[in-house]
Design a binder for this molecule. Structure first.
Ligand code: SF4
Length: 118
């Protein structure tokens, strides 16, 4: 498979293949790219950031505290949007712990009364 390494702005083009049960990454410039390529091939994960509305119609931006398996992203985003977010939520607040048993928390990263988080 071909993909782009997203671990830094260089964006190296990776080629990832399996040979005799071993994942082989090429095109990477550094070890981080190799590790990313192996994970992307075997069990891809992503950080999730999204916006949620509070009870008074304000908006807060949130992120997951750790990477989420790619196949669970839509489930996690749906669960985040079900959270009851208080209007006085502030940056750093933990809105949910161990979401869906994945070992990730949901953390507030920005708030805004206007609807645009800062
Ligand atoms: S392989 Fe290394 S240098 Fe290339 S994008 Fe990934 S982290 Fe950056």
């Amino acid at each position: 498979m071909n993909t782009i390494c997203i671990m830094c702005p260089m964006g190296c083009a990776l080629n990832i293949e399996e040979h005799d049960g071993k994942v082989v990454v090429s095109g990477n410039t550094c070890k981080r790219g190799e590790l990313y390529g192996v994970q992307e091939f075997t069990h891809p994960k992503r950080a999730i950031t999204t916006l949620v509305k509070t009870a008074d119609g304000s908006v807060v931006s949130v992120k997951t505290s750790a990477l989420v398996p790619k196949e669970r992203i839509f489930e996690v985003v749906g669960k985040i949007h079900e959270l009851d977010v208080r209007p006085d939520a502030k940056i750093g607040d933990v809105l949910a712990k161990d979401l869906l048993g994945l070992g990730v928390d949901v953390i507030v990263t920005g708030t805004a009364k206007s609807g645009v988080p800062r």
